[in-house]
Design a protein around this ligand. Structure first.
Ligand SMILES: [Zn+2]
Ligand SMILES: [Zn+2]
Length: 701
């Protein structure tokens, strides 16, 4: 049922004598006068709720607070401080933005203005090709505040297509959307395209005749919109306009380019301030900026978009990550393999990648009399060929093949982003071939392995997401799916972490668990995935000989723990804001002689630290100490060791620990060597010797 049918039903029931009864989410019932609205219901429950209510969920649809409630309806009051509430606030604030712009630039045309994550935008075309400048944003904000102060109502109306076209006679984008509704009414209902947030395809599809809804704020400002909205602009106000960007009409580069204004809006001044603070933090931590400042990596134009080069310091961190990963994989019973970067197209035909992943692949190159070769976007088929290279026995299972495999994916230039979305990357990729009976245990130890690894890298706030069988076509029997999904679910819930079900969100070839990690500022990153695959063993005809001497099909598990080394690197830079823990820091300690006559002693301290296997350098006395300390802090060196006259005599150092403003004096060299060595331990290993120590916990200063 559409919200408009509710509207109709509400009118039908609202005119009768006597009261109505509605049911609340807790199953309780409320009696109200006939014609009572969502706002009346909220007021009847409490003053606080009346103030916080934004919209009503009526039998599963969000509707305006001012809508009369039908008798017997199931209702839920949605408040501002919820995802749905913020969505409505943001959408309503977008309308106010449009009204302000149309007021300031008479003749401006407006396109669409949906809510988005954390905010909203609106697309405009200004008369005479005028461009917004960032200086315009404060003016627009001021006009928006005036509209908000006026407490304008959002009044809903339903129009026919021709009424809509007439109302928006001067607004070509709105007319195009309305024409889309008309077309949708006679076709399959999906014609609203990019305008979807403004339209109710369900409405268009169900009404048959086609209709449009509008929200009017003043005699002159009305917007095409499916709603719902806040009852009045006075409910808004905690917003900020963020920036201006270009955007193509309907997201199509062949269409006219419009100007997009982005904004954010929240339920309270505190929530807005917290969001702006998060943005500032995110900017401070931006791995692209820190990557340049700390001389870790770059993206030379000469190489191309999304293709990174790692500089010595970044290369060192990367090597430490990889070495650590190799050691852990070795311990966990993985076997190391290597496979090439390109292959004949047949391999990806067999695997199915050319059917369902071709868009994400680089175009083929032709070699050897017209034979097409592809850069690999995934390592899976290569590992499968290794499995299939000879007859396999159950005694070899589980067979775990691991590789730092470099893959290439054709990401659109618009989505390429620093190290987190690249075109060339190296996955810490493995494929596990096991029997069905081994699957549950294998998944369990795998998840422990992943979580342990992420924790060693300082990520320890997780939740898990379980993606289950999609509707319709899926490979594998019901029984196999049920078994694998149940195994994943059991394994996931045994970890004591929150488990979010992504019902039907799995790939057609098998269920999956993904590990979502929250970083130091609370952002969520999808890290590792563990994917069960029923399809590829079938497509490649994989078999092993069982203890019963007959052939069986193995189960295949795909897993990448870092995801890609590049992306994980980028996430770590942001998580640590560039201040890598001692075990990963490119320079763990730096010795600063106070004057040039302390340089010999500085060399001795340097040698002592090096002898302990630590990464240390000396910043000589050719510059003032203050400047060298500042540089060391900027480079985020964990330990700055200053040596002066008394240190030379006593065999000590002054210690500036990263993040502390209290330098320690007169620390014996042997003590600091031991302290830094301890801090450089992670995951039970001494970084210098590779010898296991216990208990293995990283001590990050
Ligand atoms: Zn709207
Ligand atoms: Zn794979």
């Amino acid at each position: 049922m559409t919200s408009d049918e509710h509207l109709q039903r509400a009118h039908d029931t609202g005119t009768g004598a006597g009261g109505i009864t509605v049911e609340l989410p807790d199953g309780s019932r409320r009696e109200l006068e006939a014609g009572a609205t969502g706002a009346d219901l909220a007021a009847a429950i409490g003053r606080r709720l009346a103030k916080d209510a934004i919209v009503i969920e009526l039998d599963g649809h969000l509707v305006d607070l001012g809508l009369p409630l039908p008798d017997g309806a199931k209702v839920r009051i949605v408040t501002a401080a919820s995802d749905e509430g913020r969505h409505v606030l943001r959408h309503s604030t977008a309308h106010v933005l449009a009204q302000a712009v149309l007021g300031l630039w008479p003749g401006a045309r407006f396109a669409i203005g949906p809510p988005i994550t954390d905010g909203f935008y609106y697309d405009f075309d200004l008369p005479g090709g005028v461009r917004f400048s960032d200086d315009d944003l404060p003016r627009i904000e001021a006009a928006m505040r005036t509209i908000i102060a006026e407490g304008q109502p959002f009044e809903r109306a339903e129009l026919t297509i021709s009424e809509g076209l007439e109302l928006f006679a001067d607004q070509p984008f709105k007319r195009e959307i309305i024409e889309g509704v008309g077309a949708a009414a006679t076709s399959d209902g999906s014609a609203s395209g990019e305008g979807a947030p403004l339209l109710d395809p369900e409405l268009a599809a169900e009404t048959g005749s086609g209709a449009v809804t509008t929200y009017r704020n003043t005699a002159t400002f009305v917007d095409l919109c499916r709603g719902p909205h806040v009852p009045s602009t006075s409910r808004l106000g905690h917003f900020k306009l963020m920036r201006v960007a270009g955007a193509y009409w309907r997201g199509d580069e062949h269409n006219q380019q419009l100007q997009r204004i982005y904004g954010t809006a929240w339920e309270s001044a505190e929530a807005l301030a917290a969001h702006l603070h998060r943005l500032e933090e995110a900017e401070r931590r931006d791995h692209r900026k820190l990557g340049a400042e700390l001389d870790l990596f770059s993206f030379p134009d000469e190489i191309g978009s999304g293709l990174a080069v790692f500089h010595p310091k970044g290369g060192l961190i990367r090597r430490l990550m990889e070495d650590y990963s190799r050691r852990r994989h070795d311990e966990a019973g993985y076997e190391f393999v290597n496979t090439p970067h390109i292959t004949k197209s047949d391999l990806f035909s067999t695997s199915g990648h050319l059917d369902w992943f071709a868009e994400g692949m680089f175009p083929p190159m032709e070699l050897d009399d017209g034979q097409a070769y592809y850069l690999k976007p995934m390592n899976c088929p290569f590992h499968i060929l290794i499995f299939r290279s000879r007859q396999r026995s159950y005694r070899e299972l589980p067979l775990r093949l691991f590789e730092f495999g470099s893959v290439y994916r054709y990401e659109k230039s618009g989505v390429v982003h620093g190290l987190t979305r690249v075109r060339g990357m190296t996955q810490d990729d493995a494929h596990i071939f096991c029997t069905r009976e081994q699957m549950a245990d294998e998944l369990d130890s795998l998840l422990n392995f992943v979580l342990g690894l992420l924790r060693d890298f300082g990520l320890d706030d997780f939740y898990l997401e379980l993606s289950t069988r999609p509707e319709g076509k899926a490979v594998g029997s019901d029984e196999e799916w049920a078994e694998a999904t149940e195994a994943l679910r059991r394994v996931a819930s045994s970890k004591g972490l929150d488990l979010v079900l992504d019902e039907g969100g799995g790939a057609f070839y098998g269920p999956k668990i993904s590990v979502q990690a929250r970083d130091a500022i609370g952002r969520t990153w999808q890290m590792s995935t563990i994917q069960v695959d029923f399809q590829l063993p079938q497509r490649f005809g994989l078999e092993y000989v069982g203890s019963d001497n007959t052939r069986h099909r193995p189960v295949m598990i795909h897993r990448a723990l870092f995801g890609s080394v590049e992306r994980f690197f980028g996430v770590l830079v942001e998580h640590y804001a560039g201040a890598f823990p001692t075990w990963l820091a490119p320079v763990q300690a730096r010795v600063l002689p106070l004057r040039s006559d302390h340089e010999d002693y500085a060399a001795e301290v340097h040698a002592a630290l090096r002898a302990a296997g630590l990464r240390v350098d000396v910043d000589s006395a050719s510059e003032p100490l203050g400047a060298r300390i500042r540089r060391g802090k900027m480079e985020k060196v964990p330990y700055l060791l200053v040596v002066g006259e008394s240190d030379v005599a006593a065999g000590t150092v002054g210690v500036n620990v990263r993040g502390s403003n209290d330098p320690e004096r007169d620390v014996p060299v042997a003590d600091i060597v031991e302290r830094i060595s301890r801090a450089a331990v992670v995951g039970g290993y001494d970084q210098a010797s590779g010898v296991a120590v216990s208990p293995g916990v990283a001590v990050a200063p």
